[in-house]
Design a protein around this ligand. Sequence first.
Ligand code: F6R
Length: 369
Amino acid sequence: EKAGYDYFMLKEIAEQPKAVADTLLGRIDASGRLTLDEVRIDAHTLREIDKIVIVACGTAFHAGMIAKYAIEHWTRIPCETELASEFRYRDPILDPRTLVVAISQSGETMDTLMALRHAREQGSKVLAICNTNGSTIPRESDAVLYTHAGPEVAVASTKAFLTQLVACYLVALYLGQVRGTKWGDEIYTVVRELSDIAKQVDQVLETMEPVRELARSLKDKNTVLFLGRHVGYPVALEGALKLKELAYMHAEGFAAGELKHGPIALIEDDLPVVVVVPSPRGRSVLHDKIVSNIQEIRARGARTIVIAEEGDETVVPYADHLIRIPATPTLLQPLVATVPLQVFACELATARGNEVDQPRNLAKSVTVE
Ligand code: F6R
């Protein structure tokens, strides 16, 4: 069943281009319009929504954090993303004009299920983004957009994450289309690039040997830090989560702008720090800020592992290791930037002799609160 791979996780990482393409299939027509007829929430209701709340756990929560940037930018609807396990215990403000989006690979995560039940009790509509047909979360939601990752066996989520991102982008773009917000050239460019993104994921997968080599060389380290800004911040959190669960290493993700507010004190000689660099095009201010962050940590001895777009030469002098990813629109970058981090964590876990598909203390679906 592992189709020649040593682990399901490796197989599932390799399946990502197909998972992404399958999740897009039939949902964008030739003219670049989104056809999400399966989202059975009528256009009137979608136009009346004045707030979106995303609830999810773990890796799905990171997809939700990225979705917030996309939704607010493309639809101008205020959006918040909250850990499902925290949500209902703080008496959240919900009403029929709030759309709650529950993201779950398994569709059985109890924290997420309880959050959506709470939302529906308050009269909000719930849209599930889910990978498992007929599971509890979509059954209890008003509508569902399925991700087409296929079965994910490894406990650590990889291809499900990329397809959750795709589904989130589709929802954001669809809301923009239905509501007529910002539906201009920028959106058409994004839709085009999204239709093409599977090829870029494939391209990343073909250049992973140096990442594996680097991972093996770090197997005796105790700590790895991850930094990012904007959508690179949730990517950093996801890179850290993968490393914790697979390599059992201390790994933390930070918003790079927060460094000077505390975390920079952690930097010491030869500490590996992975930095996700946003595209120098588009939001170039962010790019320049992160380049200075890289300089700051390197001056304090960090070993910098820089993930940057092809053609971005400004980072070269400050990168002890440089991982190249294809150029994409800023908001779509997580689809390509996460892949090296998955490979990195998987290879480190293997080098440390850990069980990759079944990390200690973890279960694939968490059906208790
Ligand atoms: C991490 C991981 C978990 C899940 C989380 C939510 O690799 O797999 O963090 O993402 O338990 O699970 P689902 O998406 O099934 O609700």
